[in-house]
Design a protein around this ligand. Structure first.
Ligand code: AMP
Ligand code: TRP
Length: 337
């Protein structure tokens, strides 16, 4: 039997942050050893929020280099817009998805609220509304079994499964379903919180202080961790606050198990100084990010070759998407050329 298939995507909206890294990208790198993986820089998705055209193109390449620096294999990496069959399939899937299903998507509600808050007259596009269908197309077009993502994508994955089920129901016989039902794969840290506001997830869209940039300046990282919200009270209490728990999670995710165990035992004995915890967290993050940043610079120095490689891998990966699209057209009654 052939290896199970994995697909995931990330938007080129800026630098990779620790939420992206510990929630998804680090897992992508591990999964490459055991599965047939395809990972995408989903540039069409980034058109759903206000953006600057020239910056989108630069951010798309920059995200490619950042993922490679994190150890994603170039053969597994492609740019979504270089495989136009994704948008073609999205149209077909859109025609079997109800308006009500999309209205229930919490990310749509959050992002449209965010837009309205930033400017009362702002424009909420139908692209933003349609976005989860394009995501379903990204996944289903490769018959992915697993999708490594952060917890915030749970609802989109559920929608992808519903769309697959409806497609099979409508266009296939029971004995011969066409699409798999893709399952999410989570890491031990599927939801990293903002250090500045641990009631919210770490995210670029909340603003600078709400995310730690893997490619950021160590001094800024130190400052961000130093000013992280811990307890609202005066010191450690019986139940661990979300801010403190988040710092412990980061320490563990960085691989600093020893410091994690010893600081946790201090905490349990009510002897933990938050300054010590913060220092250990900041230094572990900086140590984790340093070699990634170094690799990024090396890759950038070989920019043209690497861009060519990604164009080639995109056209290789496109062959799978073209095959699916031909088969889908047969099933749904659209002409094939
Ligand atoms: P995005 O930057 O929204 O394209 O997200 C890329 C990947 O990172 C997705 O799989 C997200 O679920 C994941 N992700 C984003 N923010 C977080 C977070 N704070 N904690 C864990 N995973 C996250
Ligand atoms: N919606 C995802 C996010 O905001 C990005 C994404 C687009 C994705 N297409 C995908 C993730 C396909 C997994 C699979 O993070």
């Amino acid at each position: 039997m052939s290896a199970k298939r994995v697909l995931s995507g990330i938007q080129p909206t800026g630098d990779i942050h620790l939420g992206n890294y510990f929630g998804a990208v680090k897992n992508w790198v591990h999964l490459q050893d055991s599965y047939q993986c395809t990972f995408s820089v989903v540039d069409y998705h980034s058109m759903t929020m206000p953006y600057v055209p020239a910056q989108l193109r630069e951010n798309t390449w920059s995200m490619v280099f950042q993922l490679l620096a994190c150890d994603v294999d170039p053969k597994n990496l492609f740019i979504q817009s270089l495989v136009p069959e994704h948008t073609e399939l999205a149209w077909v899937l859109g025609c079997i998805t109800s308006f009500g299903e999309l209205q229930r998507m919490t990310q749509f509600k959050d992002k449209s609220d965010q837009l309205k808050e930033s400017n009362k007259e702002s424009f909420v596009s139908t692209g933003l509304f349609f976005y989860p269908i394009l995501q379903a197309a990204d996944i289903l077009i490769y018959h992915a079994n697993y999708v490594p993502v952060g917890k915030d994508q749970e609802q989109h994955l559920e929608l992808s499964r519903n769309i697959a089920a409806r497609f099979n129901n409508q266009f296939c016989t029971e004995e011969k379903p066409y699409f798999h039902h893709p399952e999410p794969l989570y890491t031990e840290t599927p939801k990293i919180l903002s250090l500045a506001d641990p009631n919210k997830k770490m995210s670029k869209s909340l603003g600078e202080k709400h995310f730690i940039n893997v490619f950021g300046d160590p001094e800024i990282i130190r400052k961000q961790v130093k000013t992280a919200v811990t307890d609202t009270g005066s010191g450690p209490s019986e139940t661990m606050s979300p801010g403190v728990a988040n710092l412990f999670e980061l320490l563990k995710a960085c691989g600093n198990q020893q410091a994690h165990a010893s600081l946790l035992s201090d905490y349990q004995q009510q002897q933990l100084k938050y300054s010590q915890l913060k220092e250990a967290v900041a230094e572990s993050i900086i140590a984790l990010c340093a070699p990634i940043k170094e690799r990024y610079l090396l890759l950038r120095a070989d920019e043209n070759n690497i861009k060519e490689q990604i164009r080639n891998s995109s056209s290789e990966i496109r062959k799978m998407a073209q095959k699916t699209m031909r088969e889908v057209k047969e099933l749904v009654g659209i002409l094939n050329v």
